[in-house]
Design a protein around this ligand. Structure first.
Ligand code: FAD
Length: 459
């Protein structure tokens, strides 16, 4: 066969890229295609921060393809219609695509398969591109169940299964002559009028590989000991590169698994968490929007409280620090994600979907599987085996920001408060308290806890 289409989705890379490699094996020329689908924006998934990262990633992919004699072909429109059009224009016999897990990805795959088949063409879907292991490769044996609902047994099986070998980047990518392409989209084209957060990372495979190499050299070894340390900021920050597929999770697993240190093992475990949530969503696409396990919650919604949470003005400095970091960087440390999510869903008893939507509006790594299922985990409607635990923000602050440095970094109006006193500004009295332009707590923690326990029928 002479021409194949490599339809890029959440796999914007050239290294360890099974979709592109398979397309190159199947044909003498390949059309590397990315379709800007306005449907994604209409569904609320193209937000300024991810649009900025995606624009970088597409430009970087195009540059990498050009170094190999090719280029990225850009089209705009419904992804199925446009892909079929490109296949027809170039006479491609096959379209290659990475398997997705969301309802959207599965519908796209079905439609594309059917429409290509009607024109005598074939869709070839590749596993283990977006995740390290394909969801269907790790199933509970002998139970008839279609996914694991608990992480620890999943991880045991995941580790035993092992990831596929890593593929090198292709040396050349011959593209057929004369294929029409639009310009590479800017962030503003992808998300018109959007204002990205000021502290966003640079997107793309090269930036991702540089970050991974640097972190491997100087961060991974201590990861196990420091991953929860809020001021140290000692995690990899690779999540946006993984979300857009600028980095291959299988390659990262291989590189880390080859190291003897406990930090590398802890990092591999986190990558398995990513696969875990993807296999839950693959089996239960509805869990993106409905409770995975209902607790029959009758959530509250106090607009002022929700707004205070979103703006980082709850009066709990460690919660506010997290929410302000999210606004500024479009990214948040995992420990901070956990404690702000627990605060919203348990202490304020607000529907997890409200928080998940806000995160998806801002996170540069905003990812349906990881975001919705981590929110459900924190709300106790997901796969957590201790669904009613409540993270007390003061206890979290004491453990993970003992000297208050994280809070002073993100809540500058409290920077005059030294040491752990910054976590309890309400203890200040009179003129001292008045000197700080910082709100009083929106809730009494004991009242919030009691309300949550009553709502869940625990007392
Ligand atoms: P590291 O600690 O360096 O971990 C390495 C990689 O492992 C991460 O890049 C990520 O891909 C994966 N990983 C780590 N922790 C988790 C986890 N708990 N679940 C799934 N994968 C994990 N992650 C996202 O990628 N997108 C999201 O939209 C997202 N939303 C979240 C919402 C909430 C409420 C919570 C509690 C967590 C969420 N996470 C999400 C998971 C996690 O917080 C981030 O992946 C992590 O903070 C990213 O930082 P890092 O790359 O430095 O992670």
């Amino acid at each position: 066969m002479d021409v194949a289409v490599c339809l890029f989705s959440s796999d914007l890379r050239l290294h360890d890229q099974p979709v592109l490699r398979a397309a190159l094996r199947s044909a003498t020329r390949v059309v590397p295609l990315f379709v800007v689908d306005p449907g994604v924006a209409d569904a609320g998934f193209m937000v300024p921060n991810r649009a900025a990262f995606l624009a970088d990633a597409l430009a970087d992919l195009d540059a990498g393809l050009r170094e190999r004699g090719g280029r990225l072909v850009i089209r705009t429109g419904d992804v199925v219609t446009e892909t079929c059009r490109v296949a027809a224009e170039t006479g491609a016999g096959q379209v290659h695509l990475a398997a997705g897990v969301s309802g959207y990805a599965l519908r796209r795959e079905r439609r594309l398969r059917a429409e290509l088949a009607a024109a005598g063409r074939t869709l070839v879907v590749h596993d283990a591109v977006i995740t390290a292991l394909p969801p269907a490769a790790v199933l509970p044996s002998g139970t008839g169940r279609d996914h694991f609902a608990v992480f620890t047994p999943y991880f045991r099986r995941w580790r035993a299964e092992g990831v596929r070998p890593v593929l090198s980047a292709p040396r050349s990518v011959p593209v057929p002559e004369g294929v029409r392409s639009q310009e590479l989209p800017s962030a503003d084209v992808l998300c018109p009028g959007g204002k990205p957060s000021p502290g966003l990372p640079v997107g793309g495979e090269r930036a991702g590989r540089r970050r991974f190499a640097a972190w491997q050299r100087s961060g991974m070894a201590d990861y196990q000991d420091r991953q929860d340390d809020l001021p140290a900021d000692a995690t990899s920050r690779l999540s946006p590169y993984l979300h857009f597929g600028c980095l291959s999770p299988a390659e990262l697993v291989h590189k880390a698994a080859g190291r003897p240190d406990a930090g590398a093992a802890a990092f591999v475990r986190q990558l398995a968490w990513r696969d875990f949530h993807h296999q839950v969503l693959a089996a239960r696409p509805g869990a993106a929007h409905t409770d995975y396990r209902t607790r029959h919650d009758h959530w509250r919604h106090d607009e002022d409280e929700v707004r205070a949470w979103m703006e980082g003005r709850t009066g709990f400095p460690v919660v506010d620090a997290g929410m302000r970091q999210l606004l500024h960087e479009g990214w948040l440390h995992n420990r901070a994600r956990m404690l702000v999510a627990s605060f919203l869903t348990k202490t304020l008893y607000v529907d997890w979907r409200v928080g998940a939507r806000h995160f998806l509006d801002l996170l540069v790594d905003g990812d349906l599987a990881n975001n919705q299922l981590n929110w459900q985990w924190m709300a106790g409607t997901g796969t957590d085996t201790r669904p009613h635990r409540v993270l007390n923000p003061l206890a979290q602050a004491r453990r993970f920001d003992p000297q208050g440095d994280y809070v002073r970094r993100w809540v500058p109006e409290l920077s005059g408060l030294a040491g752990p006193a910054v976590h309890r500004p309400w203890r200040l009295t009179g003129a001292e308290r008045a000197a700080y332009d910082y709100p009083d707590p929106v809730v009494d923690l004991a009242d919030g806890l009691a309300r949550f326990r009553r709502a869940r029928g625990l007392e």
